[in-house]
Design a protein around this ligand. Sequence first.
Ligand code: FAD
Length: 412
Amino acid sequence: MTDGIVIIGAGEAGVRTALGLRSTNASIPITLIGEEPVEPYERPPLSKTVLENKEECGTPPIISSFETLVEKNISFVHGSIVKRINRIKRQVMLDDGVWIPYLKLVIATGARPRRLSIEGEEHFFYLRTFADAQSLYQRLRRDSEILVIGGGLIGLELAACARGKGCQVTVIEAAPILLSRVAPACVADYIRARHKTAGTKIIMGTQVRSADMKAGKTHVALSDGTTIVADTVICGIGAYPNESLAEASGLDVNDGIIVDAQLKTSDPDIYAIGDCAKFPQSRLNGIPQRLESWRNAYKHAEFLAENLFAPNASFSDIPWFWSDQYNISMHGAGYLDLAEEIVIRKLEDQAVVAFGIDSDGALVSVTGVGLGNSIAKDIRIAEQLINVRAKLSHKLLADVDVSLRHLLRSVV
Ligand code: FAD
């Protein structure tokens, strides 16, 4: 085999890189290696439409079929785990002992669910893969009692799916508010109210202490001394980057594989992208950040496919995410951590858009929630305002009669 580009991980970042590279370079050998034994698929629907299906577990949209990968002359080694990277010989070793040489290596190994380190944790379910979704699907039956640990995005999406299927749902969150990492209080309150209307019970400021299985039910002991009994306990408390392969080969890691603005690791022939990569945020004065979001994985791949052989460009993009729960959508963009003040714009149907303003008075984040896609347009325009660090009157930002497009025109 001629040395070419080897990509470890056939998720959003890995597959998009392979497809993007092929469109810019018709001849270079590309090998994509993925642990999961299926066609590469989109992960976000796993906690949404895939579980919502009434008849049978839905299948997530695929990123690329086996046939397309063959057509594009991308060698796809699926159901295989890369166990070692030999940086001296520039080879990776698969779990069957086969070595594959590389000219450039891309690590796109993603992330795995964070597990609770408590007694009885082995009785909990987690959601990362389609296989996880299939086993959860069987358990989300009408009237079954579901306990979701974690009031973050995935936990709340799971709660909404389970409630939609008629399960009795309780969400337990250790923090005193929901979605504390991604949403300001007004957005979190809107989402909490929607869950309450749907009949989901939410317990906040309480932790899980231990779990035990008795007569087919999971008994979960809480920090307030009470016990919840559930048919199924699903844990959604964040994720860890899959960095051990990189670490074992001597690459720099620290809660993610450290890369520079070109997405290059501490080895000039190895790149890391997507959920596993910690990259310098140009808008945060280069502070390294790791993002677990679909668009970040997509944009990293797009950037790398264009710039792998043109190493002077720097990656730059504003973080963006979305979440669907029941009939509402939440979107967020920018850097909520930098916001010193929140300005709220109230729209029709109680939709709300919250702008984050930093200590210089510049717009640094936007988060919104509303029925269907009602806030998507405002978020897109606000993203452009964040891009130019717009300094706007708080009164105008809050005034629903002043269009954001008009405000954008006033600053660009
Ligand atoms: P992954 O998609 O995790 O792909 C990595 C792949 O690498 C995996 O298939 C893994 O098995 C494989 N792999 C790992 N190690 C090896 C190895 N050694 N050898 C071979 N293969 C290996 N983001 C949003 O913005 N909005 C959403 O609404 C949203 N919803 C989500 C819902 C769920 C249930 C999940 C799990 C994620 C969601 N995300 C969402 C996040 C988004 O899906 C991820 O950010 C994105 O999938 C990251 O892509 P990736 O390619 O970096 O990693």
